[in-house]
Structure formats: structure tokens, C-alpha cells
Design a binder for this molecule. Structure first.
Ligand code: BGC
Length: 803
């Protein structure tokens, strides 16, 4: 069953009913100011950091879910309704939500009045702008009263929801004309405030939430709205809001447009005030003036759309697979941008208060983003590397506002360092910019410790080589990619954090997965060394690769698949000798991609993977699921069977298997798996899948779960980047390389070819792949040996390949 449909021409997903199984959200904003917006207009805004600089309030675990956010009330006689259904919940005569790239549009109708609300964060401004067009479609005059309301968060989202003995005292606002300024804590150390404003005279306002709502009332029944009035309340502590009231009279056929603007301003210390405790509004005035008219707003929408068209034109494909094209050309790349911006910090599932930017997460997100805006990728790589320690280990996360490592979580995730090699090599292959390797980059952000980025990469590798266990395999530390395989944790105390406690430092538990990573990225590092004239180092690294590959073959191969790990007592995990958790997905993906054991082991491992882990929605993490908690395994065994790391389809690692299929040249296997969890392909199962059909989710409950097929944690998942890599570089086979663009498709029998356009190093490559007699690669009409299209420097290059 579907709740909407894709409109590819407009690059929109059109939701046709408000009661989607879960809030279906979109992201607005591209750099500093970000908003999340659901299909009923819920959500929240923040500036750069969803924990430290939260602008509007959101209650994650509220009932009903997703109330608050952007509240609009249209009073038409006795009826009060909201254009996006919530918060009033008045049944609408028509409802539609269109999520587009960086904007969302809500079309609601009731009793002959239509409302069209477009919400976006225009580029280069720290402001969400909401354009509301009200039209009288009836035969008689309409006298409407309209409210636009937002609730402020007191900046630090954690404090805001915990520290009430302080918070209930500090809320402060200023009101000027049709603008409410939120200036809590500005009197003291903060130099930022927010505002909510409408571009028309208001009849009244409220800034105290409880006065506006009234006792025992929620957002769907404010007393001010019930009485069609405003109490002109000025918040003093408690919960400050901005509620603006206007009256409109519309003749039959007449429409009026209003612009509501939610902005964020920072002032320099010396320019904070214009009088004692009166905030300096100069910047806010300028921001409002820039969005005073409909024409200004429409121009900003055009700019945004042109920006996205231009970004997406960097990689477009036309094939016989409409759904693949839809994912590749629009939604997968869009999600890559969102995961690049957010890492795992702010969604409807990630509270934005805990995880900040993950080290491994951000490194992987870059893999699907680097072709879009390489300059931002470069900056991010340096930010990430700057939280690494001198010994090559690294903080696991950092806060986006401060860019400092998160000491609460600390380090010790032994896969982390190697991901830095993955993303740096991907960046250089995309851009040819070897100079990034010379960029002075500190350790732990300490001034004076800067070394060239290359040295960070070197120490990443060395860290793995020097931290190995009894079988010569890399030590797992607190956990590797699978955060929940905590082999040194041994926790029996409720509430103890699985990832940060270690009650038994075995110094023995090893990861076959990290071995696979090391072989893959060690080879990439060695190739990089060769290119920059470090042939001795390349040789040494290849020696280490050989050693670890040998260990993986001897102790990591189980007979029909790769083992997962060795526990603190040197016992294998993910082996036929285990009763549960006999096979895991991760080493099958990485060891096969790394070429360990060659195509023969690869094919056998993939056959076992499909046979034991495959389901309708993809490949499960492990099988059989753990039925009981085991302290020597940690969090993985804490989940009920079929959920999360205990046997769901953990989508992030499925593209590794797709890529592994491509490694062994099995296009049918690759595409079959790709289709099983690509959102557009399972849109018609939305009532089972439940999350948005236009973006990947973190998990899909596995066969052992009570809710098999149900997805959770939409949007912020490494699945976005890896799926884009899998489909673009694996299945379609377009891979950026140091010396050119590799064209090496691995198509299923059902696809006869494709046409593709790829901007790479300033040249637009127009690639046509078709089936027929293999004549090799034809570049600009001439045959070229191998599968790499050499760099031409020309603005256009035509490539043909017959397969
Ligand atoms: C984390 C990743 C981790 C994955 C698997 C995600 O929630 O953000 O860093 O690799 O879970 O455990």
C-alpha cells in the first residue's frame, strides 16, 4: 500500500494522506540553519548543532507524536483548521504534502478556503521562511482569523528538557511590530537570539505558552484560538513562544500571501545591545527586509531549485529501470547530502543531543557525497582527522559547533582510524587534489601538534598493525563497525553503557571485519604511497597487508564463509561451531571486497550469505539471532531477536554485499539485493515498511522479529552513502580513479545498458553502455585499452562501451 507517489519531473514525493504510518519528514537548510519538517508540519530548527543551538522545541517521545512544530490555525466562522492537518486535526476537504529538495509544500482545503504553505530555508540565510497563500474559492466573502505559532527552545536542548529549576525562570522575549524576538540568556553570555515574524500588521500576540494554550490544553485546542483573541502575554520565564494573530478578509476568488520568518542572529560582543538589555536588531531587520515580498521568496525558491538541479546534474543516469533512476538521480543523492550535513545527529530518531558527528560515520558519509561538493568534503576530512590522537586512535564523535572530540564516549573503536584512509583516498580520486595530504592537521585539536594529513593516515594504519591479537588479527577494542559487538565489555549492571564500559580488558578479542578493512584500505594506502613517490613505504604496507590477509585466510575463513571475530577467550564468533550467531554479514562484505581468498572464496561466502541471511528486504546482520543475553558479546545480544544489530536487515552493510557481488562480477546478485531495500522499490509495501519511501532507514526488522519488514530510524544512516557507491560505482560501474574515470558496469541480465552523464574533474562524461559485440571502450570515437577513460581536460567527453 502507498501513501503517495513520486513526481520525478518536480523531484518531489507527494504524500496524499496525513496519516502516514510514521511522520514522514524532510530536511531544510544546507549549511548553518537547519529545519526538520514532517508531513504534518511538525519538526524543529537549530543552528549548526542540534544540541547546543536548538531554536525551536521538539518532544521526541510525546503523545500524540509530532505535535507542536509549525502551528497554523485558520479560523473560518465556527471552524478552525490547520493547512497540514496538525495541530488542529480538523478533517480537511483536501490534503497534500510535497517534500522536495530543501523545501516542503502543504496544500490544505476546508469549506471553500485553500491554503498553500511552502516552507524552506533559503540558501545563504539563517532563516526558515514559510509562505502561506490563502485563497477564497467560495462564492461568498470570507473573514478569517489566522494564527502562526512557534515554541522556543532555550538553546541547549538537553538543558531545555532537564534543568527546570533554572529554565522556568530565564525565558525572555521582546516584541516589536509583527516580530517576536526570543532573547533568553542574551542578557548574559549568549550573543545570539531568534525571531518569528510575519510581513503584515498583526492584531495581537502571545509569547507565554501557557497563557496562549490555557490549562489542560495542547496545541490542538489553544484557548486564545478558541476565543479568537490574543492575550498580549509577555513571557517572563516559563515557556516562551511566538504566537502572531492576523485578520484577513477575502472576496470570492481573492487570495492573499503572507510570509512568516523564523530567523537566527549572532551579534559581536560589542554590538549586542542598543540600550540596557535591548537587543540589537539590525541584522534581523536586514534579514526580514530580504524576505518581505512574495517575489523575493519566489526568487529564493528558484535559486534553491537551480542549485539542486545543478548539483544533481553531476551524476545522472537513464536506464530501463525507472526506480533505479529515481533513486540515483534524486533521492539517494539528496539523502547523501543530508547524512553529510547531519551525520547521526538530528532526526526524529536521533535526538541531536547525543551523538554529534561520528568519526566512522562521517568518513563513510563522505563516500557518497564527495562528488557533490568536494570543497566541503575536504574541510570535513580535516575536521575529522583533527580529533585523532597522536597514536592513531581517535575520538569516536565530535560536536559540530565546537568540533571537539566527545570525551564522554572517548575512543577505542578500532575500525575508526581506517575509515579516514577510505574517505581521503575517495576525495583524491574524485578531485585529483593530492595537496590535501599536506594540509597541517592537529591531533586532538591541540594547537602546535599539526602534522600533514598524510601522517594521520599513516598512523591510522600503524595503529591497526600494532594492535593485533593472538591470531594476528586486529584487536576489536570496544567495538568495530558493529557498535554492539562489545567483546571486552562484560556488563551485568543495568544502565551501564555497553560502548564505554570495559570490565575485562582481555587484550585478545579480535575482529575479522577489521582485517578485511585493513586489507582493502591498506592496498589503497599502498597505491597512494606509490603515487606520491613513497615506494618503500608502499612495500612495507603491502607486507603488513599480506600478513593480515594471511591471518584472515587461516583464522578468518570458516569453510563456507568468513568468521566474524574472536572473543575475549579466543573463541570464534560467526562460525559453524557456534549455536547462534553462526554467520554475520560484515566480514562477507569486506573480506570479499578486499579480495581475500579471491573469487572462489568470494562466491562461496556470498552463497552462504544469501542462503542463511537473505530475506525479502535484504540481508540480515547475523543468523541465528541470539536468544539470550551474553556478557561476553555485549549489546548485540541485548536486542530481541530480529531487531537492530541482533538480526535485522541493518541496511548500512547491505551495499557491502552488493559491492561484493560486483567484485565477483555477479550483476544479477548485486541488482537483486539492491532492489530489495532500495526505498523506491518497496514503496508499495509502505504499510509494512512504515518509514519514508524516499529515503533509506537504518534497520528493517528481520524474520525473527514480531514486526518483520518494519523499518526504523529513517534518514541518518550510512546506507545512503554506501548505496550510492554500490549502485553508481558497482552496478553502473562508474568509478573515479587517480588517472581517469573507470567504466566497468556489472549489470543484471535484465538491464541492456544505460546512458549516463558524470561531471568529473571539470569534464562532462557522456557514457553509453549497451549490449552487443564487445568492442572495448570507445572514447570520443577512438578505442582505448582497458576500462579507464583517461583525463582529457576537455569540457565534454563521449564514452561508449559495449558489453
Ligand atoms: C552507528 C554506526 C555503527 C552502526 C552499527 C549506527 O547506529 O552510527 O557507527 O557502525 O550503528 O552498529
Amino acid at each position: 500500500m502507498q501513501y503517495g507517489y513520486f513526481n520525478d519531473a518536480a523531484k518531489e514525493y507527494v504524500i496524499t494522506r496525513a496519516d502516514t504510518p510514521l511522520p514522514w519528514i524532510n530536511y531544510l537548510g544546507s549549511n548553518g540553519f537547519f529545519s526538520l519538517i514532517s508531513n504534518t508540519c511538525g519538526g524543529y530548527s537549530f543552528y549548526k548543532d542540534a544540541k547546543l543551538r536548538r531554536i525551536t522545541r521538539f518532544r521526541y517521545n510525546n503523545v500524540p507524536h509530532d505535535e507542536g512544530g509549525r502551528c497554523f490555525y485558520i479560523c473560518d466562522g465556527e471552524t478552525v483548521w490547520s493547512p497540514a492537518f496538525l495541530p488542529m486535526k480538523t478533517p480537511l476537504d483536501a490534503y497534500r504534502c510535497r517534500h522536495g529538495l530543501g523545501y516542503s509544500i502543504f496544500d490544505g482545503k476546508k469549506n471553500g478556503v485553500s491554503a498553500s504553505l511552502t516552507v524552506t530555508v533559503p540558501m545563504h540565510t539563517d532563516m526558515e521562511v514559510q509562505k502561506l497563500v490563502l485563497k477564497n474559492e467560495s462564492d461568498s466573502e470570507k473573514r478569517l482569523i489566522l494564527y502562526g505559532v512557534t515554541e522556543w527552545c532555550l538553546w541547549n536542548a538537553v538543558d531545555d528538557s532537564t534543568n527546570f529549576q533554572r529554565n522556568w525562570n530565564i525565558g525572555e522575549v521582546e516584541i516589536e511590530g509583527s516580530t517576536v524576538y526570543h532573547k533568553t540568556e542574551y542578557r548574559e553570555r549568549r550573543n545570539h537570539y531568534a525571531f518569528y515574524s510575519v510581513n503584515a500588521p498583526i492584531d495581537g500576540f502571545d509569547t507565554d505558552r501557557d497563557t496562549f494554550l490555557g490549562r489542560f490544553r495542547g496545541w490542538g485546542e489553544p484557548q486564545a484560538v478558541e476565543h479568537r483573541t490574543s492575550f498580549m502575554s509577555v513571557a517572563a520565564g516559563w515557556a516562551p513562544i511566538a504566537a502572531l494573530r492576523l485578520s484577513l478578509t477575502l472576496a470570492p476568488g481573492e487570495s492573499k500571501t503572507l510570509l512568516f520568518r523564523l530567523g537566527y542572529v549572532e551579534n559581536p560582543q560589542e554590538k549586542k545591545f542598543t540600550a540596557l538589555n535591548v537587543i540589537n536588531k539590525e541584522k534581523a531587520h536586514a534579514m526580514l527586509a530580504a524576505f518581505e515580498t512574495e517575489a523575493q521568496f519566489d526568487a529564493a525558491m528558484d535559486t534553491l531549485k537551480a542549485y539542486w538541479s545543478s548539483l544533481l546534474s553531476r551524476f545522472t543516469v537513464q536506464s530501463s529501470e525507472e526506480k533505479l533512476d529515481r533513486m540515483v538521480n534524486i533521492w539517494n543523492q539528496y539523502q547523501c547530502m543530508v547524512t553529510f550535513n547531519m551525520s547521526r545527529s538530528a532526526s526524529y530518531y536521533e535526538s541531536g543531543t547525543g551523538r554529534g558527528m561520528g568519526f566512522r560515520d562521517s568518513c563513510q558519509d563522505l563516500l557518497g557525497f564527495v562528488h557533490l561538493i568536494p570543497e566541503r568534503a575536504r574541510e570535513r576530512i580535516i575536521d575529522i582527522a583533527s580529533i585523532q590522537f597522536a597514536d592513531g586512535s581517535t575520538y569516536h564523535q565530535y560536536q559540530p559547533l565546537t568540533k571537539r572530540g566527545n570525551a564522554d564516549v572517548g575512543s577505542g573503536f578500532n575500525d575508526d582510524p581506517l575509515w579516514l584512509i577510505a574517505c581521503t583516498c575517495a576525495y583524491i580520486r574524485e578531485t585529483g587534489d593530492f595537496s590535501i595530504l599536506d594540509a597541517p592537521t592537529p591531533f586532538n585539536n591541540e594547537a602546535g601538534t599539526e602534522v600533514p594529513l598524510m601522517e594521520h593516515l599513516r598512523r591510522s594504519l600503524r595503529y591497526t598493525v600494532e594492535h593485533r591479537g593472538p591470531h594476528g588479527l586486529p584487536l576489536i577494542g570496544r567495538a568495530d563497525w558493529n557498535d554492539c559487538l562489545n567483546l571486552n565489555c562484560f556488563s551485568m549492571t543495568p544502565g551501564e553503557n555497553f560502548q564505554t564500559c570495559s570490565n575485562f580488558e582481555s587484550g585478545k578479542a579480535e575482529s575479522v571485519f577489521i582485517a578485511g578493512m585493513f586489507v582493502k584500505y591498506g592496498k589503497e594506502y599502498a597505491a597512494l604511497c606509490d603515487r606520491i613517490g613513497l615506494s618503500d613505504e608502499a612495500k612495507t604496507v603491502r607486507g603488513s597487508v599480506k600478513e593480515i590477509e594471511g591471518a584472515a585466510l587461516t583464522f578468518g575463513w570458516d569453510g563456507e564463509w568468513f568468521r566474524r571475530a574472536y572473543d575475549a577467550f579466543e573463541r570464534p564468533i560467526g562460525s559453524r561451531v557456534n549455536d547462534e550467531g553462526k554467520i554475520f554479514i560484515e566480514p562477507q562484505g569486506f573480506c570479499v571486497m578486499a579480495g581475500i581468498g579471491g573469487p572462489e572464496y568470494g562466491k562461496r561466502a556470498l552463497a552462504s550469505t544469501e542462503a542463511l541471511l537473505g530475506n525479502e528486504f535484504g540481508i540480515e546482520v547475523l543468523h541465528p539471532c541470539y536468544t539470550a543475553y551474553h556478557d561476553y558479546l555485549g549489546e548485540i545480544s541485548s536486542y530481541p531477536p530480529g531487531y537492530k544489530e541482533n538480526g535485522s536487515v541493518f541496511c548500512h552493510n547491505n551495499p557491502w554485499i552488493t559491492l561484493a557481488y560486483c567484485t565477483v562480477k555477479d550483476g544479477n546478485g548485486a541488482f537483486d539485493l539492491y532492489k530489495r531495500n532500495a526505498p523506491a522499490y518497496i514503496e508499495d509495501k509502505s504499510e509494512i515498511h512504515r518509514t519514508e519511501p524516499y529515503c533509506y532507514s537504518q534497520t528493517i526488522a528481520g524474520r525473527n522479529a514480531k514486526t518483520y519488514g518494519e523499518a526504523k530510524n529513517a534518514w541518518l544512516t550510512g546506507t545512503a552513502a554506501w548505496s550510492f557507491v554500490a549502485v553508481s560505482q558497482g552496478i553502473l560501474g562508474i568509478r573515479p580513479d587517480y588517472d581517469g574515470l573507470i567504466v566497468d558496469p556489472c549489470l543484471p541480465d535484465t538491464m541492456n545498458g544505460y546512458r549516463l552523464s558524470r561531471l568529473f574533474r571539470g569534464t562532462r562524461y557522456d557514457v553509453t553502455v549497451r549490449r552487443g559485440e564487445n568492442k572495448g571502450l570507445i572514447v570520443n570515437g577512438k578505442p582505448v585499452p582497458g576500462n579507464t577513460v583517461p583525463l582529457t581536460g576537455a569540457s565534454v567527453c563521449t564514452v561508449e562501451l559495449t558489453i
